[in-house]
Ligand binder design. Structure first.
Ligand code: LLP
Length: 423
């Protein structure tokens, strides 16, 4: 019998030291993913920068990791922005996104001198312009366009008018560009699109590139001095054994080919800097969740449930998206599976984390390690059933320290108030 080692750490020791449920994040793996993206784009000689999409996983320590890795940060709310500013993340390297930004958020972003605000609708243009004017600043902005390419894991569709709350439809893009050009306090430096998440094929990116490069040159033709093209994120990861990892080399080649083909027609024009904005690819495989197995319920001729001390409150993705996960028993690593079970969360409803997984003789007290939980688990966690959120431990080399303390029940109830008539 051996124990499952993750990023050079014995996961059973981590469970013992920090308790369960526990999110475990490997800084080495984060840095490796970032390096892979950089190397692939550099190998194709693509002038680029990387924005980490903070929505996938963000806290002050993560901001420091991103800062030290030399990449930029994309935030989508006051909460994410203040998290970044609190960690001394350089504001000029922050991009502020959001489909319904409040005036207060726009004011905070401009006041803090964020590098770019990505404008999501025509309605937002005069608001950002007005607030920048009131603050006496000229704000760099990108326009988020909705190129009519929608990509899912294994397919993509193009539609004339994409029904999406995100971005400006292509039919309104020129109007948006004119509005920005006429706005005294805005400098339109680029355009943006994000075509979907967990994409594994290259064709949707090639189609999006063609459309976006065309828009880019149309904007330049209007005398707007654009220099950046943000293609969003969406790179797929390995959730299950047998999944294909996003092929970064093929991606970089696709971008290179699109650029070369397009700029044949414009030999004297400067090629835009390409910005990529992945969240999941950078953090997902760098994270696992450790649970302790509790009740085991065998329903004869139906199935066996093994319950863990976590739930859809710490990983809502199976319930929300029918997401599938792989798990191993950390203290029985390498042992032959003996039974097929369903892993149930402890929340009071059909809270299935993993359906039909074969495990080696699961027993109460065993530690279950669920793989690839770095993205959109911690960041989407809730207090359903008044469950406190798990701690997050960060691994770096042989070091392991908390990056987020375990929430307490006291913290869960601390904002509760008793209206006077109930006292
Ligand atoms: N940029 C923009 C503008 C986005 O909206 C997103 C994700 C990203 C970048 C990063 O995408 P990624 O590389 O992580 O796929 N909660 C869902 C995912 C929602 C993604 C929303 N936008 C999930 O758990 O699968």
């Amino acid at each position: 019998m051996s124990n499952f080692i993750f990023s050079d750490h014995d996961t059973t020791t981590l469970a013992k030291t920090f308790g369960t449920p526990l999110y475990v994040i490997s800084q080495d793996k984060i840095e490796q993913s970032i390096n892979e993206i950089t190397s692939a784009l550099t190998a194709e000689n693509i002038d680029h920068s990387i924005n980490y999409a903070g929505k996938a996983f963000l806290n002050t320590a993560m901001c420091r990791i991103v800062k030290n890795a030399g990449i930029n940060l994309d935030v989508v709310s006051e909460g994410e922005l203040i998290t970044a500013l609190t960690s001394a993340f350089p504001p000029s390297r922050i991009t502020f996104h959001g489909s319904n930004k409040t005036d207060r958020e726009i004011t905070l972003a401009i006041n803090s001198s964020v590098g770019t605000i990505t404008i999501d609708s025509l309605e937002e243009i005069p608001r950002v312009d007005r607030i920048a004017g009131e603050l006496g600043k000229v704000q760099n902005v990108h326009l988020r366009l909705s190129p009519g390419v929608e990509a899912h894991t294994h397919e993509y569709i193009t539609t004339g008018t994409l029904d999406s709350k995100f971005g400006i439809p292509l039919s309104q893009a020129i109007r948006g560009a004119i509005m920005c050009k006429e706005a005294a306090n805005l400098s339109l430096t680029g355009i943006h699109c994000h075509i979907g998440s967990s994409i594994t094929t290259m064709e949707p990116f090639a189609v999006a590139m063609e459309i976006m490069l065309d828009m880019f040159m149309q904007f330049r033709g209007m005398g707007i001095d654009l220099s950046e093209l943000n293609l969003g994120g969406g790179f797929g990861v390995i959730y299950l054994p047998g999944d294909t990892r996003f092929d970064l080399r093929a991606y970089a080649k696709t971008l290179r080919q699109s650029i070369d083909k397009f700029f044949e027609k414009y030999p004297d024009e400067k090629v835009p800097k390409i910005i990529v904005e992945p969240g999941r690819f950078i953090i997902s495989e760098a994270g696992i969740t450790l649970y302790t197995i509790g009740t085991i319920k065998e329903i004869p001729e139906v199935k066996t449930y093994i319950s863990v001390d976590g739930s859809l409150a710490d990983n809502p993705r199976p319930a929300l998206y029918q997401a599938e996960y792989h798990a191993i028993i950390a203290n029985k690593f390498g042992e032959e599976p003996t039974r097929t079970v369903t892993v149930a969360g402890r929340a009071c409803e059909s809270d299935t984390l993993i359906r039909n997984i074969s495990l080696p003789d699961p027993q109460r007290g065993d530690i279950l390690a669920v793989m690839c939980t770095g993205a959109y688990n911690y960041s989407m966690a809730s207090n359903y059933n008044r469950l406190p959120r798990p701690a997050v431990v960060l691994l770096k080399g042989d070091k392991a320290e908390l990056m987020v303390r375990r929430e307490t029940v006291e913290q869960v109830i601390q904002n509760d108030l008793t209206p006077s008539w109930l006292e």
